[in-house]
Design a protein around this ligand. Structure first.
Ligand code: AMP
Length: 283
């Protein structure tokens, strides 16, 4: 018999579903997504299965985390395919609310994370992390899973989520999942489907360049010089612009200016209208 994934549309039904599991003494792992599911998302579902009795996914393209002129309208929405994939993975339930359910008439609350939210993508996408944090606070406090899993693909997001769950006493363990990549090294992303064949060929240069920075820093080289060289390489490979390529502390996200310190390499660059991000650990 094929697995069934129960689709849940309202916060009330979500709470009832989790309450029934809790009553049976069972644990829950949650994996929030915006849908257009790929193998990166599915690797998080697989990890979730090892962490709890039940896996709860969510699919919600969150308008609050898109800025004006960003891709909210054209973001891929593929609910039927997504739910079929979740069923194959043995995901028990998917919370798929509409915008009105998450942001009803009169909604007026904001969440803001200082420092961690100001750098990297925060500096280039004003309001993005506040919008992300708002929806993640809502999802986590609605479901109250034992553990919630987020990908290291969005490493800054993961660190911000760790920060506000601690700050707000949200009783959910936050866990990171490793980045899934294509065979050539391009990090899987729902936005990769925007790329033309030519852009797809160029796209790998971001991951290659960040890895080269990692190698230099690991060997004791100067982080800023390596990052500047990577920026040139990415532009030469066909990217139209680079938002940032930087070496930062993996915990505080402060700039690393000398070798031998804990470090992670972060990059964001644009191919036409498509913005890609990636990161590599130095150790
Ligand atoms: P998104 O649907 O893009 O918001 O992503 C939902 C979750 O999947 C986030 O926690 C992402 O970090 C994670 N994710 C996206 N791409 C990947 C990937 N290539 N490998 C691992 N996790 C990923």
């Amino acid at each position: 018999m094929p697995n069934q994934t129960e689709i849940i549309r309202t916060v009330a039904d979500l709470r009832a579903r989790v309450a029934a599991w809790r009553k049976a003494g069972e644990t829950v792992a949650m994996v929030p997504t915006m849908g257009a599911l790929h193998d990166g998302h599915l690797s998080l579902m697989r990890l979730a299965k090892t962490q709890a009795d039940h896996v709860l996914a969510s699919i919600f393209v969150n308008p609050a985390q898109f800025g004006p002129g960003e891709d909210f309208e054209r973001y891929p929405r593929t609910e039927a395919e997504d739910v079929a994939k979740l069923a194959t993975m043995g995901v028990d339930a998917a919370f798929v609310p509409n915008v009105r359910e998450m942001y009803p008439e009169g909604f007026a609350t904001k969440v803001h994370i200082e420092r961690l939210g100001d750098v990297l993508c925060g500096a280039h996408r004003p309001g993005h992390f506040d919008g992300m944090a708002l929806v993640v606070v809502k999802l986590l406090t609605a479901a109250l899973p034992d553990v919630a899993i987020f990908g290291e693909k969005d490493y800054q997001q993961l660190q911000i989520i760790r920060r506000f769950t601690a700050d707000l006493n949200i009783p959910v363990r936050i866990m990171g999942g490793a980045i899934e990549r294509e065979a050539d090294g391009l990090a899987l992303s729902s936005r990769n489907r925007y790329l033309s064949p030519e852009q797809r060929r160029a796209a790998v240069a971001l991951s290659v360049a960040l890895r080269a920075v990692r190698d230099v820093v690991k060997a004791g080289g100067d982080p800023a010089a390596a990052a500047a060289k990577a920026r040139e390489d990415v532009l030469k490979a066909g990217f139209d612009s680079v938002d940032y390529i930087e070496v930062r502390d993996p915990a505080t996200l402060e700039l690393v200016t000398e070798p031998g310190k804990p470090a992670r390499v972060f990059g964001a660059a644009r191919l036409g209208a498509t913005r890609l991000i990636d990161n590599w650990p130095v150790d």
